[in-house]
Ligand binder design. Sequence first.
Ligand code: GDP
Ligand code: MG
Length: 163
Amino acid sequence: MSFTLAIVGRPNVGKSTLFNRLVGKRLALVDNQPGVTRDLREGAARLGDLRFTVIDTAGLEDATDNSLQGRMRRLTERAVDMADVCLFLIDARAGVTPIDELFAEILRKRATHVFVAANKSEGSAADAGVIEAYGLGLGEPIRLSAEHGEGMNDLYSALMPLA
Ligand code: GDP
Ligand code: MG
C-alpha cells in the first residue's frame, strides 16, 4: 500500500517546483483523471524506489492579500484531509514569515504526520532560515533545494517508513 503526500505552504516557497520534480512528465496522465481540480493538482510521484501520490496546493497564487488567508486555510485543510502525510515548505532564504506561522498552526491542529522542509536552501544564504524553521515546533526541518534537487535523499529517508 502506498501513501499520499500533500505539499503545503504559502505562495512562492517552491511547492510546484518540488511537485514537478517528484512527478516529472507523469502529470499528463494523472491530469485526465476525475476529481483533479484546478486548486489541487495530484500526481504520481517517484522518489528512488518509493511510489506515492503527491498533491500540490496550487490556486493561491492569484489570491489578493485580503482573500488569501481564508482560501489558504480551506485549501490547506482539504489537502491535509486527503493526505496521509504533509510536507510543509518554507522559503529558507526568506526565513519564517507570519503566514508560515499561520500554516504551522493549521497543521499542528489538523494533520497527523507533518514534515517541515526548508526549501531554497542551496548555499549559505539559507542557513539562518533553516535554523528558524526549527522554531515552528514541527520537528527537524529537511533542508531542500527543489530547484537544484538537493536534499532529496533526506526527503526519501523521512518518507521511506510510510511506504
Ligand atoms: P509555489 O508558489 O509554492 O508553487 O512556488 P513555485 O514552485 O512556483 O516557485 C516559486 C519561485 O521559487 C520560482 O521562481 C522557482 O523557480 C523558485 N524556486 C523553487 N525552488 C527553489 C529552490 O530550491 N531554490 C531557489 N533559489 N529558488 C527556487
Ligand atoms: Mg505553485
